[in-house]
Design a protein around this ligand. Structure first.
Ligand code: TMP
Length: 210
């Protein structure tokens, strides 16, 4: 089973994905936690180009193609082999992030992005996508707190430095995707305490799995 977590910066995906791994392990289901960009050695090199503030001048198409390159490598070398081994794959961001960040927020035609995904990855989609929904102002404040406290490297702050209206487009884009594919998406209110969010995610997944 391929499960993805999505949401704006600071929505708590990284914390929640660790709990999800524990949830699957308790059920005796082997699972792997990974992320995009940056799920393999080569992908980590691509990630450093994409997230470093020094890449500010990158043009939207080059940015899009680097996310696609990261994904092609990651799916082929990590995700598909793990799925073939009957492992649950928990992935922090995937293709929906490309549609909302490079499409809805940067303005690249979403039809073109979906076509590229069909050509490069045969339209490979997750079984379930958990969307951790949150007000951009709240999420960005949390994300900057993490960066300023040194818990995250400021070599990875290129997207946090985008305007609030960029992040509002990202949030609206995600909600639109969830509306278009209600069977795949589950929307989780990420504004609450992390234990409440965790309980909600576990409940949703228990329903899906049972
Ligand atoms: P994160 O690992 O902290 O979530 O950072 C990844 C950043 O990359 C985040 O700001 C969203 C952005 N991103 C895209 O713009 N397009 C994509 O396809 C993906 C996977 C991430």
């Amino acid at each position: 089973m391929f499960i993805t977590l999505e949401g704006i910066e600071g929505c708590g995906k990284t914390t929640q994905i660790k709990d999800l791994a524990a949830f699957f392990e308790d059920r005796g289901q082997p699972c792997v936690v990974t992320r995009e960009p940056g799920g393999t050695d080569i992908c980590r090199q691509i990630r450093s180009i994409l997230l470093n503030p020094s890449s500010k001048g990158i043009v939207p198409t080059a940015e899009l193609l680097l996310y696609m390159a990261d994904r092609a490598q990651h799916i082929d070398r990590l995700v598909k082999p793990c799925l073939a081994d009957n492992k649950v794959v928990l992935c922090d961001r995937y293709f929906d992030a490309t549609v909302v960040y490079q499409g809805y927020a940067r303005g690249i035609d979403t039809g073109f992005i979906c076509e590229l995904h069909r050509l490069v990855l045969a339209d490979f989609k997750p079984d379930i996508t958990l969307l951790l929904d949150l007000e951009p102002r709240v999420g960005l404040a949390r994300a900057w707190q993490e960066l300023n406290s040194g818990n995250r490297s400021d070599n990875e702050s290129r997207f946090e430095a985008e305007t609030i209206s960029f992040h509002e487009k990202v949030r609206a884009g995600y909600l639109e995707l969830a509306r278009l594919e209600p069977e795949r998406f589950r929307i989780i209110d990420a504004s609450r305490d992390k234990m409440q969010v965790q309980a909600d995610i576990r409940k949703v997944l228990t329903e899906v799995l049972d």
